[in-house]
Design a protein around this ligand. Structure first.
Ligand code: UDP
Ligand code: GLC
Ligand code: MN
Length: 324
């Protein structure tokens, strides 16, 4: 439908790479909806040009920033103040209904059925399930709502310094009022679930429709060896299931990098792809010599070595031997 759209946000070139992969993944799964990217003024011309090839509409917006360093420091993510820019999505009033998706999400199958839901539908946040995660949500553009949201920010700030805090206190009956507004977790699966509830991930993870690379380390923080098709580089806080990460890199290197190359012409640019198989692969990046106590500590700090020692396969082996 022409008046319905998927919307994402990228204020800089790094998040733009995420938005390119997200847009491609929506197209590959034959969405019938429009694709809109909100971008910040600092984005480079080549990135803008590629986004324009993938998205129906690329719209520059002012960057809003909470500047709320105290709350952001609590989440250890001083960069997230700019996520308030997301609120601009309510100004897209030439659409009657939209689905917002973070630039660090990847679509694994057609999800157009989300447009059957009402504002504000979202999936639970894995860290505090009475809050919704604002990486994927259904909304209705409206200048009235936009104004109220900005007023809410001014009056109450954001309890996490970013958009998720504001949106949860604004749509504060989400967790209790209407179960149809609870999107199933498979529409916003973050890898955090792998270590918080591994058996459920084993049982249901295969049904995932949207993966969310939530957390500090994003797919584009790694490098990728196009020859061996392996993720390379340092991964001290790897928080992503290796298969999803490879899905992201495979789509990015096959479809996005050629477009970026075309836009850059003779100018060199950083794609994150390397053809040097001698770099360390990710599962060797965390020193294997850690004691089990050190590993336990890292695990508890959310720094499990998912791609190596604590990889899904290794955990599965342990679980299987335990269950036997
Ligand atoms: N974002 C952006 N520029 C930034 C930080 C965030 O454009 O510098 C946008 C982007 O769409 C991103 C979303 O805001 O996906 C939320 O931030 P992020 O995904 O990093 O938060 P997380 O999901 O890890 O908490
Ligand atoms: C969350 C969400 C993200 C949001 C951020 C800041 O972790 O995943 O979409 O921008 O919090 O509120
Ligand atoms: Mn995100």
């Amino acid at each position: 439908m022409a008046d319905q759209a998927f919307v994402t946000l990228a204020t800089n070139d790094n998040y733009a790479r995420g938005a390119m992969v997200l847009g491609k993944s929506l197209r590959n799964h034959n969405t019938s909806k429009k694709l809109v990217a909100l971008i910040g003024p600092q984005m480079s011309e080549p990135c803008k040009a590629v986004l324009k090839r993938i998205y129906d509409e690329v719209r520059e917006v002012d960057v809003l920033d909470s500047g709320d360093t105290a709350h952001l420091a609590m989440m250890k993510r001083p960069d997230l103040g700019v996520t308030l820019t997301k609120l601009h999505c309510w100004t897209l009033t030439h659409y009657s209904k939209c689905v917002f998706m973070d630039a660090d999400t990847l679509v694994l199958s057609n999800i157009d059925e989300l447009f059957n839901r009402e504002e504000l539908s979202a999936a639970p946040d894995p860290g505090w399930p009475d809050c919704f995660n604002s990486g994927v949500f259904v909304f209705r553009p409206s200048l009235e709502t936009y104004g109220k949201l900005l007023q809410h920010c001014t009056d109450h700030g954001s309890f996490d310094g970013g958009d998720q805090g504001v949106l949860n206190s604004f749509f504060n009956d989400w967790s209790t009022a209407d179960i149809s507004k609870h999107l199933p977790f498979i529409y916003n699966l973050s890898s955090i679930a792998i270590y918080t509830y591994l058996p459920a991930f084993k049982q249901y993870g295969g049904n995932a429709k949207v993966v969310h690379f939530l957390g500090k380390t994003k797919p584009w923080s790694y490098t990728y060896d196009t020859t061996s098709r392996q993720i390379t580089g340092s991964a001290h806080d790897a928080t992503t299931h290796p298969t999803f990460l490879l899905d992201w890199w495979s789509l990015y290197s096959r479809t996005v990098v050629p477009m970026l190359k075309e836009q850059h012409g003779d100018q060199p640019f950083y794609s994150g792809c390397v053809e040097d198989a001698s770099r360390p692969v990710v599962d060797q990046a965390i020193p294997p010599g850690l004691s089990s106590e050190e590993r336990k500590q890292k695990w508890e700090q959310g720094q499990a070595d998912y791609l190596g020692m604590d990889s899904f396969d290794n955990i599965k082996k342990k679980l299987d031997s335990f269950l036997k």
